[in-house]
Design a protein around this ligand. Structure first.
Ligand SMILES: [Fe+2]
Ligand SMILES: [Fe+2]
Length: 193
């Protein structure tokens, strides 16, 4: 079993090697930002949470049919510690993996992965096109509109919030704030500044 405790640089190198698509990279940075924000807030290992966020969809561009399992393979080849691998693979629980989220890190990733997409789409319909202008209520307003960000499975987010034992509003708030911290990197700083 791998023992390697990866650095953010290790994670970035893998991300850039396996994901050439700009939108996938931005998704990785968004998830990293939110994972870091929530880890910091909870007094958890921010670096670890961020790294798992960066690589969670590592295989999605080149091996879409083996999503999750291929990421596990790649990270094992790199000798990464199993904790990081479990963290990444469990985000697809019930969809592309049977690893159920158990730790706070895993549950958080599971809960916020899809939510970052909903927040991003909500930002893009603001006149400013900026995540800095997104509020919890704007995201909530689009919750039941199934044609809006149609790819985002709201039930997974709800299940994730339940697993974490946090209110949906708090999860949305934290996700917005985490994405605001990386607004520039994810292309959602808008046209105001
Ligand atoms: Fe995924
Ligand atoms: Fe993802």
């Amino acid at each position: 079993m791998g023992e390697k405790i990866p650095t953010r640089q290790d994670a970035l190198e893998l991300l850039h090697r396996y994901n050439e698509t700009e939108s996938l990279r931005k998704h990785a940075y968004a998830v990293e930002g939110v994972m870091r924000y929530i880890a910091r807030k909870r007094g958890e290992d921010e670096e670890k949470w961020g790294i798992v966020g960066l690589v969670h969809d590592l295989d999605y561009e080149k091996f879409p049919d083996q999503h999750c399992s291929k990421t596990g393979e790649i990270l094992r080849e790199q000798g990464w510690s199993e904790e990081y691998i479990r963290g990444a693979v469990s985000h697809g629980w019930g969809i592309c993996s049977d690893v159920m989220p158990q730790t706070p890190l895993e549950k958080t990733l599971y809960a916020i992965d899809e939510l970052t997409g909903l927040v991003a789409t909500t930002a893009l319909i603001r006149p400013s096109k900026s995540v800095l202008d997104v509020q919890v209520k704007s995201v909530k307003n689009k919750w039941k509109d199934k044609r809006f960000a149609a790819g985002v499975d709201r039930s997974i987010i709800e299940k994730g919030a339940q697993m974490l034992g946090v209110e949906l509003d708090e999860l949305i708030d934290n996700t917005i704030k985490g994405m605001q911290e990386v607004a520039e990197a994810i292309g959602l700083k808008g046209n105001s500044g």
